[in-house]
Design a protein around this ligand. Structure first.
Ligand code: CA
Length: 267
């Protein structure tokens, strides 16, 4: 707490007192920063709000949204607008309101939510009853990768349903292990799948935040009529696929790109 005094010529009747430590005191590691934080999916949280705050205005790309409701020293907003797949910038202005006059306490740092999708998925159209999948590599627009040996953090892939696999070739860690050889494969068994159930989203993974994919490739067996895929595409969503009625259906997802199809060890 700092107090500064100014006096007139007689030194007796003018005083300014700064008593808000959030912006008068220099920030260091002991001072909690008031900031907006994106949860990676659909919620923006505002943390470490000054205790004397009574109003928070939230702006998205410069346009004011509904006020955030303060709960103690935190606030949050769950907006379907956040689901939109384009770049958005959020900022909050925190006030203490006295007699309908707003006194600005904090202008938060800008929160820049990237373009892209949090959940990414492989959609394949098989060329036969036993399609294989050896490896996936993705390049992001920011110059980073989702691939073996040079990968931003992602949660290991999971199935969109309990598929049948041939010869127990069901180890999803094969997708990002760098091995593109025949013996390192997922091998789906589609004998019991109806024709309408074959062109499906096979697996997905959680990037924990939005990722913007520029290009990608997958590896499979080269056989033209079996053990392979005629088409492999990348799909995405910002909705937790566990909430989908049928996560294998491409209609639940958004198409992102065609994946380049390589065969076995080739690149
Ligand atoms: Ca592999």
């Amino acid at each position: 707490m700092q107090t500064h005094f100014w006096y007139n010529g007689s030194g007796d009747n003018l005083k300014f007192q700064f008593d808000n430590p959030y912006y008068v005191v220099a920030r260091d590691s002991s001072v909690a920063v008031t900031e907006l934080i994106f949860n990676g999916s659909d919620t923006i949280n505002l943390v470490n709000i000054p205790e004397d705050a009574t109003k928070v205005e939230l702006f998205r790309n410069g346009i004011q949204l509904d006020d955030m409701v303060i709960d103690g020293t935190e606030a949050s907003v769950n907006s379907t607008a956040i689901e939109d797949n384009y770049q958005v910038v959020y900022q909050a202005f925190i006030y203490n309101v006295v007699n309908d006059v707003k006194y600005l306490l904090i202008e938060t740092p800008v929160l820049d939510i990237p373009f892209g999708y949090r959940y990414l998925a492989f959609y394949g159209e098989p060329s036969g009853d036993l399609p294989t999948f050896q490896e996936l590599e993705l390049t992001l627009t920011n110059g980073t990768y989702i691939k073996y040996g040079n990968r931003v953090d992602v949660v290991p892939p999971v199935e969109t349903k309990e598929w049948e696999y041939h010869l127990e070739r069901n180890d999803l860690s094969d997708i990002f292990d760098g091995d593109k050889a025949w013996n390192d494969r997922l091998m789906y068994s589609l004998y019991n799948e109806t024709s309408s159930n074959r062109n499906r989203v096979r697996f997905y993974f959680d990037c924990t935040t939005k990722r913007d994919v520029q290009s990608g490739a997958f590896w499979c067996y080269p056989h033209p009529t079996d053990h392979s895929w005629t088409i492999g595409n990348l799909y995405g969503t910002n909705t937790d696929p566990l909430n989908f009625t049928d996560a294998t259906s491409p209609t639940e997802w958004t198409y992102i790109i065609d994946l380049t199809r390589y065969t076995l060890g080739s690149s």
